[in-house]
Design a binder for this molecule. Structure first.
Ligand SMILES: [Fe+2]
Length: 183
């Protein structure tokens, strides 16, 4: 039987019962990434950047995220573990350390298709898609991604403010419009 979104969510839910859920989710995503065509079949084709919620509960959130070519999302934290499994394109991560008055860049990690990245709950990162194709991934979080209070920071000034999903939505809209006008 073809892979379905329900199967993906069920496997992630099962992983929550393991001793180290983030690492168990990493193993689950490793398995799914071995067959990107099956994932594509379950998720459907991507023709615009955006965030799609596959599951959202108090202990787990599973998202499908497609970063539009040329898009960059400003630094933010999650305050819960996160596991990102890329199955198309590439996501460029920059990590930051908190310093008085803001942030300081502290390394990075390019995440090509087939790679899985585990982030601890105190990580601050920004992400960018510098390629001319969508960067598509499953993002799994160990909590309720949408209601937990957390911060984001402006590029450049690194001024801290509350996580602003409206702003993220606008970033996607602008990036999608720019990408469509170039296509
Ligand atoms: Fe993130």
């Amino acid at each position: 039987m073809a892979l379905a979104v329900d199967d993906i969510v069920a496997r992630c839910r099962d992983a929550l019962t393991e001793h180290t859920p983030a690492l168990a989710v990493r193993d689950v995503l490793d398995e799914f990434l071995a067959d990107p065509k099956a994932l594509e079949g379950a998720i459907g084709p991507v023709d615009a950047g955006g965030i799609t919620t596959l599951y959202n509960g108090s202990d787990l959130t599973v998202l499908h995220v497609a970063w539009t070519p040329g898009m960059a999302l400003n630094p933010h934290e999650h305050r819960m573990w996160a596991v990102i499994g890329m199955y198309g394109g590439q996501e460029d991560n920059t990590f930051y350390r908190r310093v008085p008055g803001g942030l300081e860049p502290s390394g990075g990690r390019e995440l090509p298709a087939g790679d899985v990245l585990v982030l601890g709950d105190d990580v601050v990162h920004s992400v960018a898609n510098s390629r001319r194709e969508f960067a598509v991934a499953l993002h799994v979080y160990g909590g309720d991604f949408f209601t937990v209070e957390r911060s984001e920071w402006a590029f450049g000034t690194f001024e801290e403010g509350p996580r602003d999903f409206e702003r993220t939505r606008r970033l996607f809209d602008e990036a999608n419009a720019r990408w469509r006008s170039q296509a």
